[in-house]
Design a protein around this ligand. Structure first.
Ligand code: S3P
Length: 179
């Protein structure tokens, strides 16, 4: 049986996973799944509401459930939440479930991209830049462990990021199918 052909995007909040994921899905003719959107759909509540009512742990449980569900598919592009790599079981699911790309950006760039938005509970702090820097360093090794490809997005347009992912995915899948 050939390996599954899913593309999974991981990376910190504001690194463009959703925008880029939609473009990749369109270009490859794959289905697009966003795990944050799926959690909200299944729960009928926003992510800030889930955090407020059940805390981060409550959210993480739901995130794992939808990730499992999303990864049962084939030929899908799956954008994950920035903290999806925190759980070991998620990292394993992602590694086994497809070609994983880590989108990176500088802390300053991330701050600029998320500043206008209040829908990320973990960044509603007094010093969001410090929070981003700390969380980036806490998560760094988990992203490295999970990813097949690392793409630095700071200087790139989302179209170029998407193009790079599509070409890399084609090579990866060809290689894997031929194994
Ligand atoms: C989170 C990232 C968010 C969302 C939740 C927690 C995180 O997703 O899952 O607010 O822990 O980094 P995005 O990366 O899509 O913003």
């Amino acid at each position: 049986m050939g390996a599954v052909q899913n593309v999974v995007l991981v990376g910190f909040m504001g690194t463009g996973k959703t925008t880029v994921g939609q473009k990749v899905a369109k270009s490859l003719g794959y289905q697009f799944v966003d795990t944050d959107a799926l959690v909200e759909e299944v729960e009928g509540r926003s992510i800030p509401d889930i955090f407020a009512q059940e805390g981060e742990e409550g959210f993480r449980g739901k995130e794992t459930e939808v990730l499992q569900r999303a990864l049962q598919q084939d030929h899908a592009v799956i954008s994950t939440g920035g903290g999806a790599v925190l759980r070991k079981e998620n990292r394993k699911l992602i590694q086994e479930g497809g070609f994983c790309v880590w989108l990176t950006a500088s802390a300053e760039d991330i701050l600029e991209r998320v500043m206008m938005n209040t829908n990320r509970p973990l960044l509603q702090t007094k010093d969001p830049l410090e929070t981003i820097q700390r969380m980036l360093s806490e998560r760094h090794d988990f992203y490295v462990e999970t990813a097949d490809l690392i793409l630095e997005t700071t200087e790139l347009h989302p179209d170029d990021v998407a193009y790079g992912i599509c070409e890399s995915a084609r090579v990866y899948f060809q290689h894997r199918v031929g194994e």
